[in-house]
Ligand binder design. Structure first.
Ligand SMILES: [Mg+2]
Length: 360
């Protein structure tokens, strides 16, 4: 079925927390682009292209890449996803965030035309319920503990404490959150590259007494030797995030056993197909994997959920509910109950634009 129209629309959604901050940036706004692809029969598929400046994909760059890439889509067979995505890779190196928006929209279109959830294209729903992990942005230890309590009251049991490379302050953040939540909560930390390797080893060994399940990207993304040294020196599972910025980089991390785990994100890996491939590489190499932060509207989380449902090997709570921290969303359909996200058998990616309901 021929592609007759491709559109790119800006998506700027305010967060509830205007002072949202992590080690690399502060942002009260969730930025990205919605890609919609319409086939000749009128069916439309939707994908979300995340703007991620800390991965070299600022907002305007993602739009520029999309404008160029979508020109190659019109008139093509919408089912020809593998060839289309290979063609986009030949036409432009990198720009995975833009390509992910297109890949997701093509899969959504195919699934809607077949009247099935996207998950079925990847083997069907092996998992239907997901305990989710929520981010605690950088604040004072007491404010982070307060935020953790509010999320706990909503049913969240897994938390990611953002830290920023100051050993004493960061250990105090972890101690405050553990004290507030007690022994049962599952805690992780994410330094977003802010530590030198030796400082990371000191900090994580001190944090280990508070039972940390996972530490994300302690050192610079480019410092694989330092990352491997941290992995070897601490009792906490070390996860690559920014260092796992493409499928070939995932291959290197697994091949050289740089980390214990890898954070998979549709946006940084360039879409559903490549994220699925990354998961299989991890499985083959005995490295843990899960879906990392899919920060954006329900549309992005929905695609993440469709793929996660087809991956029974995911070892830990995924991050598919950051949309719950937005002040507004233009998408609806996800079922989040008491901190648990449910895979339903809704068609396509499982969400629809709210405007469609109002009109219809
Ligand atoms: Mg991270």
């Amino acid at each position: 079925m021929k592609i007759v129209e491709v559109r790119v629309e800006e998506s700027l959604l305010p967060k509830q927390d205007k002072d949202w901050k992590f080690a690399l940036a502060a942002s009260g706004m969730s930025e990205g682009w919605v890609v919609s692809i319409r086939a000749q029969d009128g069916t439309t598929g939707y994908g979300y292209a995340s703007s991620m400046a800390h991965y070299g994909a600022p907002h305007e760059t993602v739009k520029g890449a999309l404008d160029r890439l979508i020109k190659r889509l019109e008139g093509r067979d919408s089912r020809d996803i593998a060839n289309i995505m290979a063609d986009l890779d030949r036409a432009m190196v990198g720009n995975n965030q833009a390509k992910a928006g297109i890949d997701c929209a093509l899969h959504d279109l195919m699934a809607r035309r077949l009247n099935i959830p996207i998950c079925d294209l990847f083997g069907g729903p092996a998992v239907r319920e997901f305990a989710t992990l929520r981010i605690l942005p950088i604040k004072s230890p007491s404010d982070m503990a307060k935020n953790a309590r509010m999320l706990h009251n909503k049913g969240v049991r897994h938390f990611k404490i953002k830290i920023h490379g100051e050993i004493d302050e960061d250990v105090a953040r972890v101690a405050a959150v553990r004290k507030e939540l007690g022994a049962d909560a599952h805690l992780t930390v994410d330094a977003n590259q802010s530590y030198a390797p030796k400082d990371a080893i000191i900090a994580l060994n001190r944090m280990a007494q508070y039972k940390i399940d996972l530490a994300e990207q302690p050192v610079k993304a480019s410092d694989l030797v330092g990352l491997k040294a941290v992995t070897a020196a601490v009792p906490i599972t070390i996860e690559a995030d920014e260092a796992a910025y493409s499928l070939d980089q995932v291959m290197i991390l697994v091949r050289d056993r740089i980390v214990d785990a890898i954070s998979l994100k549709i946006a940084k890996l360039g879409g559903l197909r490549k994220t699925y491939a990354a998961a299989m590489i991890c499985e083959a190499g005995g490295v843990r994997y899960r879906m990392g932060a899919h920060s954006g509207p329900q549309l992005l989380a929905a695609h993440g959920l469709q793929l996660a449902a087809a991956l029974p090997g995911i070892w830990y709570a995924s991050e598919l509910t950051e949309f719950d921290g937005l002040a507004e969303d233009r998408w609806e359909g996800l079922k989040l109950v008491d901190g648990v996200l449910h895979h339903t058998d809704a068609i396509g990616c499982g969400v629809t634009p709210k405007a469609a309901r109002t009109k219809g």
